[in-house]
Design a protein around this ligand. Structure first.
Ligand code: NAD
Ligand code: MG
Length: 390
């Protein structure tokens, strides 16, 4: 039996992963499941999947988890250190699906045991890509991309030589506000931002899709995973979300990856890799679909994209600044303290502030340094917000 753990089991990616595991439950020995505030979900899944350990990120929820799992064989724990210990429990395959920079330390802990890490937690790659990749190399671990675009690129590169790759194109649905004029975007509400046309996802990534911060992070993710230069990475608006990414080669050929917008494809590809298995996803009927559309994103309406290229050209630990500031700006938008467009302007101001701080940004990329910069970027975002909102 394959030993597996799911970090962020109660979220959208975690639940889709569990859906695949359940279809073939005799094949898996579930080691650890982690979650946050949804204790009922965590406990129910830990029982039904017969997990060894259930961890909540929040120490003040430990008693509730203990009560929910009383009389079972499931061990319980809580807090940051417990998440890391869950990731250290020996497993053959670990899903990293915690949202935000909080997923970085557990992800690194998983890699240190030389496992296969299915990486949905894109924030960790954005804020510490080189650290994750070096840790994987050092411990003979495998990182398998779980983002629809990066899984698509990964599949498009099977059997190919990277030196023949000319460009990589990732598609963007355009999110909730694809067709909104700039004037209207300033007043976009949280509720409106949460209406994604094609994908069912967690709250934060859904808003990031509307602002294109999600695509901005994915551009950086592309660079980290595949080692291409920023000029080789393009973003294309594609409202149908059926072509997930395209790889262009030096002979002019373009390999496109198509599939229904369902994360169980990317999760399943990482779960069964290097094999392919039957997956419960819709089969595309292209004759019925009839037409697929593509367009160039408007940089004025979606300034986040330009910021990603700025982060990549600056290099060092600028990704940690970018991600920390973005996470904080998003917190403020969710709390109703700032407008939709202010998220990008706050992040831009934070980048301005850190860009020349070479002592900080160009220091060694260690976990401690990344977390320190993440913290400073969040602090700076708060200061910028206070200034902007008076
Ligand atoms: P979600 O909000 O639905 O779930 C997040 C999970 O992380 C939950 O289990 C939650 O309990 C846990 N969590 C939240 N804060 C935590 C903290 N501080 N410490 C520990 N655990 C915490 O999010 P999601 O949509 O499942 O996304 C998970 C990750 O996958 C994100 O990095 C996201 O960008 C990425 N991703 C998601 C999708 C998607 O379709 N949902 C697609 C591509 C990539
Ligand atoms: Mg994606």
């Amino acid at each position: 039996m394959r030993k597996i753990s799911i970090l962020g089991a109660t979220g959208s990616i975690g639940q889709n992963t569990i859906d695949l595991i359940r279809r073939d439950s005799g094949a898996y020995d579930v080691v650890a499941l982690t979650g946050g505030a949804n204790i009922a979900r965590l406990a129910e899944d830990a029982i039904s999947l017969n997990a060894d350990l259930a961890v909540t990120a929040y120490p003040n929820r430990l008693e509730e988890l203990r009560t929910a799992l009383a009389g079972t064989n499931v061990e319980v724990a809580a807090g940051q250190q417990a998440l890391i210990e869950a990731a250290e429990r020996p497993a053959d395959w670990i899903m990293s699906a915690i949202v935000g920079a909080a997923g970085l330390a557990p992800g690194l802990a998983a890699l240190r045991q030389g496992t296969a890490l299915a990486l949905a937690n894109k924030e960790s790659l954005v804020c510490a890509g080189a650290l994750l990749l070096d840790t994987a190399r050092e411990h003979n671990a495998r990182i398998l991309p779980v983002d629809s675009e990066h899984s698509a690129i990964f599949q498009g590169l099977v059997g190919e030589d990277m030196s023949a790759v000319e460009r990589i194109i990732i598609t963007a649905s355009g999110g909730a506000f694809r067709d909104w004029p700039l004037e209207k975007l300033a007043d976009a509400t949280l509720e409106q931002a949460l209406h994604h046309p094609n994908w069912e996802m967690g709250q934060r990534i859904t808003i990031d899709s509307a602002s294109m911060f999600n695509k901005a992070m994915e551009v950086i993710e592309t660079r980290e995973y595949f080692g291409v230069s920023p000029e080789q990475i393009e973003v294309l608006i594609h409202p149908e979300s059926m072509v997930h990414a395209l790889v262009g080669f030096c002979d002019g050929a373009i390999m496109a990856h198509l599939g229904a917008p369902d994360m169980r494809h990317a999760i399943g590809y990482a779960l069964y890799w290097p094999d392919r298995r039957d997956l419960p996803v819709e089969r595309l009927d292209l004759a019925r679909i009839g037409q697929l559309n593509f367009a160039t994103p408007d940089p004025a309406r979606f300034p986040a994209l330009g910021l990603a290229y700025r982060v990549m050209s600056r290099g060092g630990m600028m990704g940690a600044v970018f991600n920390g500031a973005k996470e904080r700006a998003l917190d403020h938008f969710i709390a109703g303290k700032i407008g939709f467009l202010e998220m990008a302007s706050i992040v831009e101001h934070v980048l301005d502030h850190f860009e020349d701080q070479s002592g900080l940004i160009d220091d060694a990329m260690t976990l401690d340094n990344v977390l320190r910069i993440d913290h400073l970027a969040r602090q700076r975002a708060d200061m910028v917000m206070t200034k902007q909102t008076g």
